[in-house]
Design a protein around this ligand. Sequence first.
Ligand SMILES: Cc1cc2nc3c(=O)[nH]c(=O)nc-3n(C[C@H](O)[C@H](O)[C@H](O)COP(=O)(O)O)c2cc1C
Ligand code: SF4
Ligand code: SF4
Length: 254
Amino acid sequence: MILYFSGCGNSAFVANELARLTGDRLRLLDIADDNPSWQLDADEALGIVCPVYSWDVPRVVNDYLKRLKTNRRPSYLYLVCTCGDSVGNTVESFAKFTASLGWTLRFAHSFIMPETYVNLKSFKLDTPESERRKIAAVRQALPLVAERIMRREVRFEVVKGKLPWFNTHITNALFYKLLITDKKFRVNSQCVSCGICEKGCPLHNITMIDGRPHWHGNCINCMSCYHHCPKNAIHFGNATQGKGQYYFGRRSDV
Ligand SMILES: Cc1cc2nc3c(=O)[nH]c(=O)nc-3n(C[C@H](O)[C@H](O)[C@H](O)COP(=O)(O)O)c2cc1C
Ligand code: SF4
Ligand code: SF4
């Protein structure tokens, strides 16, 4: 079984492709589900596919796995994460976390995909050319990764980047404490009240009131609402002005 979480579609694409190539069943890891439960077959692999947030697995994914009830331990547990450029010590951190559940992480792979984090002035989206290059590389690598999973290989193959320990432990803690907020979201007059932002929020944190989105303080900054708005009417303080949007499949030529 492949359980996936995705804000802007990169991880959803990877999860769908892995399911197609391995023949494994695919299920949404619904982070808003208070009482998740899945039955695993005796030899069934469990794959977690998700983005990297501040050099670690999103905390909401680990919280979901803590709540998750299964009939048995996964016989082969793997993590496939997507990132903009590097994952730091995500794998070590996830292996430690899953060990606390009594599970053993056997395999991990990171895919470098178009960036979705734009909440700080210095963080920019990929150029169209970089988007195309990254996605083409992922398409090319997916069959080999699927083959390795089907062979039940034990290996961790990720791009850690600079200062992996520091980023996963120190930067990550500061990121959650200081940067994650929905207080900076604003909607401008371009909004056409379509409700796409509300429907797409994985935490059901947005409600439409008088035709405008309102945020309710339970946000993980996945940026789905910002990137999917058809009018680019949502902004995060001044940080997103003029940056444009990205979600997987937005451009027809990749
Ligand atoms: C809140 C947040 C934090 C992120 N942190 C990192 C990071 O630490 N390293 C990195 O390379 N990319 C980071 N990114 C980029 C995403 O991991 C990357 O674009 C991913 O493929 C998005 O997956 P999705 O489309 O499935 O949501 C971050 C994105 C967001 C929204
Ligand atoms: S997605 Fe954009 S246009 Fe649609 S309701 Fe939300 S802010 Fe308005
Ligand atoms: S409010 Fe927007 S950024 Fe926050 S969790 Fe929902 S979709 Fe993601």
